[in-house]
Ligand binder design. Structure first.
Ligand SMILES: Cc1ncc(COP(=O)(O)O)c(C=O)c1O
Length: 370
């Protein structure tokens, strides 16, 4: 019987991650800013950042200052951009830890400036422009005025300008082109005033791959870096592979009599005498509590039956006669000739692969392999 340290765990292939990073840089001809927010899309913030810093990354993007500080505490030295909101009270921490903040709101800028005033070192700021995403960002028509205000603001270093696309995963839709035109218009206005910050950027994975003119100085890649495609219409460059696998082991096998209820609320009853297995993965680990989940055992697809519990779920094993307690079970990843991708799981859960991998619970150990 095979035994592991863990009931269920994630395997993160850092070699694959590094390879994906290099391939993306080569394919786009542009430096990549790895986006490592949300625990590096479930892959593990510090390990992923360390790997990519070693591979040459000069920047990484996070959503929150807490994530940036975790990186600094782990010894990450590359530039870090907080892409989301930071409370003004955290500005001094940002300055002292060389963390760049995103700004987009004139009132918040004033609050930041007050905080920055008492330190000698300026706050590195990057202006986010809403060219059409309808989320964070100074509206395009107000961007130049805002930038001029930021540039003159004492205690600030105007380091960059960026935008974010709403529909870059669908290259047929005209919206990305329209957003790009607005962004270019602002860049033109800046140029005519002689303003050129160090960093101009706009592309997420989809835009980096589908819209070469959106690449500018650096591309902010998350999903593609982890080896997944943002959409069926977005083609990953040759050689990019998923870096994450989710595994567990069979922890029980029983022959159940016909008509036996399975799991909470008895949403499944055995139809005859059935071979029923249990695996140590449940919704507390990130498995969606719904019917229709599939896993791999002995390289074959096996159905989860009955409702998913917090720490376990139950398998129908009739077609795996030689299954043994201790056998490895794959929820995401390859086994034998078959593979269940996060994209397939997402389809099954009626969501996107982003949500599947970001939903991998913190309690699951991450095993890093090369
Ligand atoms: C502002 C910003 N840039 C870049 C990314 C990376 O996106 P993707 O994972 O699609 O590459 C995200 C992720 O949501 C984001 O919010």
């Amino acid at each position: 019987m095979e035994l592991d340290n863990f009931a269920t765990w994630l395997e993160i292939d850092l070699g694959t991650l590094e390879n994906n990073y290099r391939i993306l840089q080569e394919a786009t001809g542009t430096p990549v800013m790895p986006v490592v927010k949300a625990n590096a899309y479930g892959h593990g913030l510090e390990e992923v950042a360390k790997t990519l810093e070693k591979a040459g990354a000069k920047w990484c993007g996070v959503a929150r200052i807490e994530e940036a500080l975790l990186l600094r505490n782990a010894g990450i030295r590359m530039n870090i951009l907080v892409l989301g909101y930071t409370a003004p009270q955290r500005v001094q921490e940002a300055i002292l830890n060389n963390i760049s903040l995103t700004i987009y709101d004139p009132l918040v800028v004033q609050a930041y400036a007050q905080q920055a005033a008492s330190l000698d070192q300026p706050l590195d700021v990057q202006v986010k422009v809403d060219t059409g995403m309808g989320r964070l960002g100074i509206p395009s028509e107000k961007a130049l005025e805002f930038i001029l205000q930021v540039k003159e603001q004492q205690g600030f270093h105007f380091q960059g300008i960026f935008t974010h696309f709403a529909c870059a995963d669908d290259p047929e839709k005209p919206y990305t082109q329209l957003q790009l035109e607005k962004f270019n218009m602002i860049l033109g206005q800046m140029q005519s005033q002689g303003i050129r910050p160090e960093l101009i950027h706009s592309a997420n994975s989809a835009a980096a791959l589908n819209f070469p003119l959106a690449r500018f100085d650096i591309v902010r890649c998350g999903l593609a870096l982890y080896g997944l495609s943002p959409s069926a219409e977005t083609h990953l460059p040759e050689g990019i592979k998923p870096a994450l696998s989710w595994k567990t082991r069979l922890i029980s096998i029983k022959q159940m009599p016909s008509g036996h209820g399975i799991s909470y609320s008895y949403q499944y009853f055995t139809k005859k005498s059935e071979k029923i297995g249990v695996i140590a993965a449940g919704y507390g680990d990130g498995l969606r509590r719904q019917m229709g989940n599939i896993v791999l055992l002995h390289g074959k697809r096996v159905s989860v039956v009955g409702i998913v519990c917090m720490d376990q779920c139950i398998l129908q094993l009739d077609h795996i006669p030689d299954a043994l307690v201790g056998d490895e079970v794959v929820l995401i990843g390859k086994q034998g000739e078959d593979e269940i991708t996060a994209t397939e799981v997402a389809k099954n859960w009626n969501t996107i692969s982003y949500e599947v991998i970001c939903g991998m619970a913190a309690r699951m150990p991450r095993e890093y392999i090369h």
